[in-house]
Design a protein around this ligand. Structure first.
Ligand SMILES: [Zn+2]
Length: 304
């Protein structure tokens, strides 16, 4: 059975025809201010045309948006300007009769990644480490949206750190200020190298991880410091929803097994309670497709 997955981002709207978690056809359209819904609806029709399909071949539509979404509702989106806020109604009008599910992008990515694990997982958390620190929590098989859609926004949990970095949300020491790509670069500017290093103030995150892999002592200090605070955040999850699996995705997680091993090492050093050891860490596998696949998975589950 075919579904349409849509990932509405700040610059691009990704659309795909998805069957059994496999993307059969894709189509991208630009995100245009105040024409986001219109552009998405047109994009869906173009996608169907490219795929040689009609709406009657489609069982449902799963959509993601970059901001708080709860119960298919949006109150504001920080990164894109919509022409109207009753997005769900707009899509229902355009695709009358089709089941539609709308989710926050990080929550959808979490559902997508969990659906790819070898067994069903009751409690899990996923971090998307990129420009910011996105996250999604699944508890009792349900994604946590909360009363206003802010549930699971772990990037804004306050860390116990000496940095006092200011966050875009207005608070200080939010997890995102240290753990995002920007945070890693900030660490590289505030920490002091003790010897020779290839890391400069303009080094990007990829260069920092690559140099750490090659044994550059200062790059390793930066990565270890980052991993220490990621471990601190993961450790706190045990007293929030106690996940059995934590998944790391996003551009920064392209550093791969090295990154995972660093977080695991820092986590093992931070663990006090024996029960904290019963937590598995994994790398995400779906890349930029996780949101579309997760949104479709949620749509399928709701319409079984
Ligand atoms: Zn914040």
């Amino acid at each position: 059975m075919k579904y349409i997955g849509v990932d509405i981002g700040g610059t691009t709207i990704k659309l795909g025809v998805i069957e059994d978690a496999t993307i059969l056809f894709v189509h991208n359209v630009p995100t245009i201010k105040k024409q986001v819904i219109k552009g998405t609806i047109a994009g869906i029709h173009e996608l169907l045309q490219h795929a040689g399909l009609s709406l009657s071949d489609i069982q449902g539509i799963g959509l993601t948006l970059p901001g708080p979404v709860f119960d298919n509702q949006v109150s504001y989106l920080p990164n894109i300007e919509l022409e109207r806020l009753d997005v769900y109604q707009a899509f229902q009008e355009a695709f009358a009769g089709k089941p539609i599910v709308m989710l926050n992008d990080a929550n959808a990515a979490t559902i997508g990644e969990i659906s790819k694990l070898s067994m069903p997982v009751k409690d899990a958390v996923m971090f998307t480490i990129g420009t910011g620190l996105g996250s999604g929590i699944v508890a009792n098989y349900q994604v946590v949206e909360g009363a206003n859609g802010q549930g699971g926004e772990l990037g804004h949990v306050t860390l116990h750190s000496p940095y006092n970095f200011k966050c875009g949300c207005g608070k200080r020491d939010c997890a995102e200020t240290v753990l995002s790509a920007k945070g890693i670069r900030r660490l590289a500017t505030v920490l002091k190298p003790s010897g020779a290093t290839k890391i400069t103030k303009s080094s990007n995150v990829k260069q920092i991880f690559n140099q750490a892999k090659l044994g550059d002592a200062f790059a390793l200090d930066v990565v270890n410091e980052w991993a220490k605070y990621m471990a601190q955040l993961v450790l706190q999850l045990n007293v929030i929803t106690n996940p059995s699996v934590v998944i790391f995705g996003g551009g920064v997680a392209n550093a791969g097994e090295f990154l995972l091993a660093k977080i695991q090492e820092a986590y093992d050093n931070a663990v006090v309670l024996p029960s904290d050891k019963r937590l598995t860490m994994r790398l995400a596998t779906l890349g930029n497709d996780a949101g579309m696949i997760g949104a479709v998975h949620a749509c399928m589950q709701e319409n079984l």
